[in-house]
Design a protein around this ligand. Structure first.
Ligand SMILES: Cc1cc2nc3c(=O)[nH]c(=O)nc-3n(C[C@H](O)[C@H](O)[C@H](O)COP(=O)(O)OP(=O)(O)OC[C@H]3O[C@@H](n4cnc5c(N)ncnc54)[C@H](O)[C@@H]3O)c2cc1C
Length: 389
């Protein structure tokens, strides 16, 4: 062991990051005994995500449109002829990321947990639990890709996500008649502080909900969703739950340490999707790691280049996403229904049809320009989006 780079967390982001570090000794430690399990994801991504990691074979289904249900039952349908998103087999996707890391000569150490670390001169001494035995590993760079509870981020004093949304979903043995439309449900009774979804995945259907803190157990809302769809009798082949960190911390790097992916809450605040953003940030973490190794400098100053790079690509989108999320969470069902009524117009639907799930905030300005009365629902915040800050 004693690699130049130690990555804590063998999820998709940690392994993809390792795949970008060929030529540098890299170890990925994953606490579980298998890569890709347990699954904690719906697997809805833009096709570009599968292209980035060459994981097209993990695609289960293609989505071309959306049906958005408001609390009063109003449904806004947005249909297109393009592949707006694909559903992936997350376990296969994670394993493809892991194979790419191995091809780049990274060592993947499963059943290995990063516990703690201390700085020792120019490097770190990292305490780990490998196959149940306590070990000490020395490394120049420790990268936390260890998910929403990131121990690396917390030991490094980098702070945590501003908010955690709890998610739960069930795979139902039911084939939806229309395979290219995803359904999204809004409202306090169905998914307070987030949304619920019904996603066709070929032979099965994925039903899920996200719920923000203080609203009780998510499973109650999942049952309500399944009942609403009349799918109580459908056999459940899998049930999985997880947490979505929202709102990145103040800093994502310090001396000898960077955090990436869910560990840095680099998720899209509107949808909670973290694969695209995490992969982009991993590219910048890899670039910065290589710069640091070449300069033999692991100071906070050189590693802050990582933060500058990822923020300049997706920081604005995530910040605007936080504004939209704040407005959304503050809206009563009555206000959501008003928004639904205002959006239920051909011009607004045409604009929604141009949307890209990785850049949802790009829609804000054109929608607010087309439907200016929307601004009245949250004047301060929405005006900020309208004038483009
Ligand atoms: C219900 C739900 C639905 C979602 N749906 C979507 C979606 O449709 N599209 C999308 O883009 N995103 C979605 N996401 C988000 C997506 O799953 C995450 O953004 C993505 O998994 C982040 O990858 P990661 O590698 O950063 O973290 P993770 O996937 O969480 O991987 C981190 C890994 O680190 C390991 N680990 C943790 N601590 C340690 C330690 N100390 N030592 C060693 N290993 C450790 C963990 O066991 C885990 O395997 C969803 C999330 C949830 C919860």
């Amino acid at each position: 062991m004693d690699p130049q780079i130690l990555i804590s967390g063998g999820g998709p982001i940690g392994n993809y990051l390792a795949s970008q570090l060929k030529g540098y000794s890299t170890v990925v430690m994953e606490e579980h005994s298998e890569i890709g399990k347990p699954i904690q994801c719906t697997g809805l991504v833009h096709p570009r995500v599968t292209e980035i990691v060459k994981a097209q074979e993990s695609i289960l289904n293609t989505i071309k449109g959306l049906r958005l249900f408001f609390p009063d039952g109003r449904m806004i349908e947005v249909k297109t002829n393009e592949a707006k998103a694909v559903v992936i087999d997350r376990c296969m996707f994670d394993n493809i990321c892991c194979e790419a890391a191995k091809e780049a000569d990274a060592t993947i150490s499963t059943s290995s947990k990063v516990l703690d670390f201390k700085r020792d001169g120019n490097e770190l001494s990292v305490k780990c639990l490998i196959d149940g035995d306590k070990k000490e590993v020395r490394t120049k760079l420790l990268i936390g890709a260890d998910g929403y509870k990131s121990q690396v981020g917390s030991y490094a004093g980098l702070g945590c996500a501003k908010e955690i949304v709890r998610g739960i979903q069930a795979d139902l043995e039911y084939q939806m008649p229309e395979q290219d439309m995803v359904e999204v449900y809004l409202g306090k009774d169905i998914a307070p502080g987030f949304f619920a979804w019904i996603l066709p995945c070929g032979e099965f259907t994925r039903a899920g909900v996200g719920v923000s803190k203080g609203n009780g157990i998510p499973s109650k809302y999942l049952e309500r969703l399944i009942e609403k769809k009349g799918l109580e009798d459908a056999k459940r082949s899998q049930i999985y739950s997880g947490a979505i960190p929202i709102g990145y911390p103040k800093s994502t790097s310090t001396d000898n340490v960077m955090i990436v992916g869910d560990a840095a809450a680099q998720t899209k605040p509107i949808s909670g999707g973290g694969l695209f953003t995490g992969l982009r940030c991993a590219t910048y973490a890899a670039e910065t790691a290589i710069e640091a190794l070449e300069a033999n400098d692991y100071s906070a100053s050189i590693l802050s280049r990582y933060e500058d790079k990822w923020r300049s690509e997706i920081g604005k989108e995530l910040d605007r996403g936080m504004i939209v999320r704040k407005v959304f969470v503050g809206m009563s069902d009555k206000k959501l229904n008003e928004a639904g009524k205002l959006l239920d117009k051909p011009q607004a639907k045409e604009i929604l049809a141009t949307g890209d799930i990785d850049y949802p905030c790009e829609l804000a300005k054109p929608i607010l320009k087309a439907v200016p009365s929307l601004v009245k629902l949250a004047p301060g915040a929405l005006r900020t989006l309208l004038i483009g800050r």
